[in-house]
Design a protein around this ligand. Structure first.
Ligand SMILES: O=P(O)(O)OC[C@H]1O[C@](O)(CO)[C@@H](O)[C@@H]1O
Length: 349
């Protein structure tokens, strides 16, 4: 299967994950935690970053997202028995995540794992196995798993909030309904995104480097956009939150720079930024609901819910990753070196 096939089956898998939530979280939702730490590398870390605000909003406790390398004994200076550490690895076998989970376990934390496969390495040290039931994704650059992991974190949060009374049953069902709306709407955004990518594919294929700019509400998606574009197009790509970009990154923009802006409508200065940047480069692409109607922009029928828009803005980017690299002779689903993780001892093969 190719990347676009996995993207396409995303709504079906999301529906299944929704249906399985009551059972999957039945044990963990009854527990009390004073703090939650989420850890994972790359796309898995981005799922955490993107879910952070939602988790804080519904759980009303401290939530921290850390890269595995940031976790050591000093992360847990006091009694940690009320801390839940969630380790995420879509492939389930990243040693970095596993090692961080082990340190947390030895410090007395309770441990949950979210792997995209069953019987994963990271499940071995978990008290709560919270498998991301999105089915296999046998390409290096994961897309379906990103939606599914964010949904798993969301449902974990909503179930915990429901159980502790922070959310009534009705409020819980309202949230589920809002997510279902996204699942049903997914094919429309998919179609609009495919059309936009095919209109601009030649220009994307000749991009020398790309800067992705996103607002704070989709910071995780902004980082993920940059990672996935870089991983598949194999050119320099970086992603910044709007304010951080304005802070100094703009200095690097020149004639052959390509800029993609994820415009959720939360930032009033996007238009001004585009006017200023247009003096230096013509290669500016805006993805948004109310963006100017022109071929370079994707003006899509986004639903734009503050928490669940995360299921739509990333989609056009993933389709660039799926469809543009082949124009340059790159198979985006196959890593550049298929035995890389073996050589680096970074994943259990
Ligand atoms: O199994 P893990 O640790 O989540 O790693 C898989 C992820 O790593 C990446 O290859 C790069 O960070 C992602 O594209 C992929 O989804």
């Amino acid at each position: 299967m190719k990347i676009e096939d996995y993207v396409k089956e995303t709504p079906k898998k999301m529906k299944e994950i929704l249906q399985g939530a009551d059972e999957l979280f039945s044990e963990v939702r009854q527990q009390k935690f004073s703090k939650i730490i989420v850890t994972g590398s790359g796309t898995s870390y981005h799922s955490g970053i993107q879910s952070l605000k939602l988790m804080q909003h519904f759980l009303d406790i401290e939530v921290t997202i850390l890269y595995p390398f940031q976790i050591d004994q000093e992360t847990f200076p006091a009694d940690s028995s009320d801390i839940l550490l969630i380790g995420i690895s879509q492939g389930g076998s990243s040693y970095s995540t596993y090692k961080a989970m082990k340190i947390a376990k030895e410090a007395g934390c309770r441990i949950a794992s979210m792997a995209g496969t069953e019987n994963a390495l990271i499940d071995e040290i978990s008290d709560y196995v919270l498998t991301v039931n999105c089915g296999e994704e046998k390409v290096g650059a994961k897309t379906k798993g990103f939606y599914a992991t964010k949904l798993n974190l969301t449902l974990f949060t909503l179930q915990l909030a429901r159980e502790s009374g922070k959310l009534s049953l009705n409020e819980y069902l309202e949230e589920v309904k809002a997510i279902e709306k996204y699942i049903n709407h997914f094919p429309f955004i998919y179609e609009q995104s495919i059309n936009w990518v095919s209109t601009n594919k030649t220009e994307f294929a000749s991009a020398k480097d790309i800067r992705v700019i996103g607002t704070k509400d989709i910071y995780g998606d902004t980082l993920e956009s940059a990672l996935k574009l870089l991983e598949t197009m194999r050119i320099p790509v970086t992603g910044y939150e709007f304010e951080e970009f304005v802070h100094g990154i703009y200095n690097a923009i020149k004639e052959d720079s390509t800029i993609i802006i994820l415009d959720t409508g939360e930032e009033a200065r996007v238009k001004t930024l585009v006017t200023v940047l247009s003096e230096w480069t013509k290669n500016i692409y805006i993805i948004g609901k109310n963006t100017a109607d022109k071929p370079q922009n994707l003006k899509a029928d986004f639903l734009n819910h503050p928490f669940y828009r995360t299921y739509e803005y990333i989609l056009p980017i993933q389709l660039i990753c799926a469809l543009v690299p082949p124009l340059n002779g790159i198979d985006p689903g196959t890593p550049k070196d298929t035995s890389f993780h073996q050589k680096l001892a970074s994943k259990k093969i």
